[in-house]
Design a protein. Sequence first.
Length: 75
Amino acid sequence: MTSYCTDLKKLFEEKLCDKIEKLFHHVLDLSVEFTRVNCKFPCPGNGAFLVNHMMRIIECYMETYKPKHADGEEI
């Protein structure tokens, strides 16, 4: 998650990225604890998959801010 937030610094100001990182930590801690207490999974695991999925969701929203070539591919 920290490396993902570091990559965001290429797109946004460092001050904003620091706020996003704090928000990530807060939301992920709450999400992992909520699923640990209230949910059941078919196989034992840890909260790493929640972090991965959370970053995928955020990535969908960040896609519009990434610079692209004229043909639409990412730089």
